[in-house]
Design a protein around this ligand. Structure first.
Ligand code: ADP
Ligand code: ZN
Length: 436
C-alpha cells in the first residue's frame, strides 16, 4: 500500500517541475517575510525572480544551526504569531534550543508525511500503535501521534518512562506497532525478558525506529528480540520532525518526502554539491512550510542520496543511513572515528550486548580512547569461572577495533546491565577533552 501515490509515485520530470514551482514560491515568501533571508539574498544579489527551476537552488544561501540560534527565538519565523498553532524545540544540548513554530497547514503536511511513512511500514487502520517517543517539546511524540491518528490506526500515547507498564500494555492491548528510538526498543526488549514475557506472548510486528543513528546489526538484534520488523524513520525538528524520510519494504534507503523537503548532499568543507552515491552533508530546503521555512539548511548529518528506481513503486530519491553527524565525527590522534564503527564491531561479536561507551581523554598530550562494553549475561557467568577469559575477550575486541578504526583502544568489559540506559536519545561518547 502507498498512502499518496499521486505524490509518492510522480515521474521524475513532474517532481522536478513541482519542486521548481514550489521553490520559487517559498523564496518569494521568505524574501517578503523574513528580514534575515531578505538581507542574505540582497547581499548575494538574488531576487525571487531569479529562482524558477529546482536547479536554481544553487544560487541560494545556506542556513546553519548557528543562524537559528542567533535569531532565537522567533527571528526566522515567516508566519505571523496568530497563525502559529504549535511550538516545538529541538533537543540541542549546547546554547539556546532551536524554536520551531508550525501553522495549521504545517501540522497537516507533517501528519500527511507521517502517514506516508507508516503506510510504507505496513501499518493500517486495524493496527494498535504505541508512540513511545517522548511527548513534549521534542517532535518525536506528537509528530508520530498525529500521523497515526491521520492514518486511522488506534494510537496509544505511551511516551517514555514506566517501561514495565508499557510492556504489560503491549501484551494486554495486543499492540502491533511501535515508534521509539532504537535504543529504547532494546531497553523494552530487556525489560520484557526480565518480566518473563516472551515475544510469542505479544503481537508487535512493526517498529518505526529513528531519532538517533543505528546500524543493521542493531536492527537484527531488535527484530530478533521483539519479534517485529524494524524500519528506519528520519527527521529533524528544524525541517519538520519525524516524517522527512522513511524506509519501504525494500529496506534499501529511505524515501524522502521530496515534494515538501528538497534534499542535497554537499561537501562539508567546500559546500559544493556532490553527485548521487557520494557521502557528504545532507541539506534540506522546505518547499511548503509556512511557520519557519528554511533554505538549504545544513543538517550536519552525513549520508548519501540514491536516485535509482525502487521496486516498491515510489519514485522519490532515497537517502542512505546516517553515518554520523559531521560534528560527532571524532578526531582521535588525527584519525576520523565514528561511534557507529565501534558499534558495528561490538555487535558483530555474540559475547557483547549492544551497550557501549566511548571515553576519549588527553593524557600527556596524547589522545586516549577507552571502549567500555557490556558482556551478555550468558557469557558473563561462564567466562567469570574461567580465569583469563575476560582478558582474552578484551584482547579479541581490542584487535578487531584496531583493524577497523586504525587506532588502538583500551577495552574494558562491564558486567551485564551496568552501562546506563537511556529512554530518549542515547549518549555513546564522553569526550573529556572538550570538558577540560
Ligand atoms: P537535535 O538532536 O539536533 O537537537 P532533533 O531532536 O530534531 O534535534 O533531532 C534530529 C537529529 O536526530 C537528526 O539531525 C539526526 O542527526 C538524528 N536522527 C533522526 N532520525 C534519525 C535516524 N533515523 N537515523 C539517524 N539519525 C537520526
Ligand atoms: Zn521503495
Amino acid at each position: 500500500m502507498i498512502w499518496n501515490p499521486n505524490k509518492e509515485c510522480m515521474s521524475r520530470d513532474e517532481m522536478s517541475a513541482l519542486q521548481g514551482r514550489r521553490l520559487h514560491k517559498i523564496v518569494a515568501y521568505v524574501y517578503h517575510n523574513v528580514p534575515f533571508y531578505r538581507n542574505k539574498l540582497q547581499e548575494m544579489d538574488v531576487t525571487p525572480d531569479d529562482i524558477n527551476t529546482i536547479e536554481d537552488i544553487r544560487k541560494l544561501p545556506f542556513t546553519t544551526k548557528q543562524d537559528l540560534r542567533d535569531n532565537y527565538p522567533f527571528g526566522l519565523q515567516a508566519a505571523p504569531q496568530s497563525e502559529i498553532i504549535r511550538i516545538h524545540a529541538s533537543s540541542g544540548t549546547t546554547g539556546n534550543p532551536t524554536i520551531v513554530g508550525y501553522t495549521r497547514k504545517d501540522i497537516g503536511v507533517w501528519s500527511e508525511c507521517m502517514s506516508r511513512c507508516l503506510t510504507a511500514y505496513g501499518v493500517t487502520r486495524d493496527d494498535t500503535f504505541s508512540v513511545a517517543y517522548g511527548y513534549g517539546l521534542f517532535t518525536g511524540g506528537l509528530g508520530a501521534h498525529y500521523g497515526v491518528e491521520n492514518l486511522g490506526a488506534s494510537v496509544v500515547p505511551t511516551s517514555t518512562g514506566n517501561t514495565e507498564k508499557h510492556v504489560r500494555l503491549i501484551r494486554d492491548l495486543g499492540i502491533s506497532g511501535i515508534a521509539c528510538t532504537p535504543s529504547y526498543a532494546l531497553y523494552l526488549a530487556e525489560t520484557m525478558e526480565k518480566m518473563g514475557i516472551t515475544k510469542e506472548q505479544i503481537k508487535l510486528r512493526v517498529g518505526a525506529f529513528g531519532a538517533e543513528p543505528w546500524t543493521e546489526s542493531m536492527r537484527e538484534e531488535i527484530q530478533k528480540r521483539l519479534g517485529l520488523k524494524g524500519y528506519n524513520l528520519y527527521g529533524l525538528s528544524e525541517i519538520m520532525g519525524p516524517c522527512v524520510s522513511y524506509e519501504c519494504s525494500e529496506q534499501n534507503g529511505s524515501h524522502i518526502c521530496e515534494d515538501h523537503f528538497y534534499p542535497e548532499i554537499i561537501h562539508p568543507d567546500t559546500l559544493e554539491p556532490l553527485p548521487y552515491g557520494q557521502v557528504g552533508e545532507l541539506v534540506f530546503t522546505t518547499l511548503t512550510k509556512e511557520g519557519m521555512p528554511l533554505l538549504r539548511y545544513r543538517t550536519k548529518d552525513l549520508c548519501s542520496l540514491m536516485d535509482d528506481t525502487c521496486p516498491c513503486g515510489r519514485t522519490s530519491v532515497r537517502m542512505g543511513r546516517i553515518m554520523g553527524r559531521s560534528d560527532d565525527m571524532l578526531i582521535i590522534r588525527g584519525i576520523n572515528v565514528f561511534p557507529s564503527q565501534v558499534e558495528s564491531v561490538v555487535l558483530s561479536m555474540p559475547e557483547f550486548a549492544p551497550r557501549y561507551l566511548l571515553i576519549i581523554d588527553r593524557i600527556n598530550n596524547l589522545d586516549t580512547l577507552q571502549v567500555q562494553v557490556e558482556v551478555r549475561q550468558e557469557y558473563f557467568t561462564q567466562e567469570m569461572d574461567n580465569l583469563g577469559a575476560i582478558e582474552r575477550l578484551e584482547k579479541k575486541l581490542a584487535d578487531k577495533l584496531k583493524s577497523v578504526l586504525s587506532i588502538s583502544a583500551k577495552v574494558q568489559l562491564k558486567p551485564p546491565g551496568t552501562i546506563e540506559r537511556s529512554q530518549g536519545k542515547s549518549k555513546f561518547v564522553i569526550d573529556k577533552r572538550v570538558l577540560k
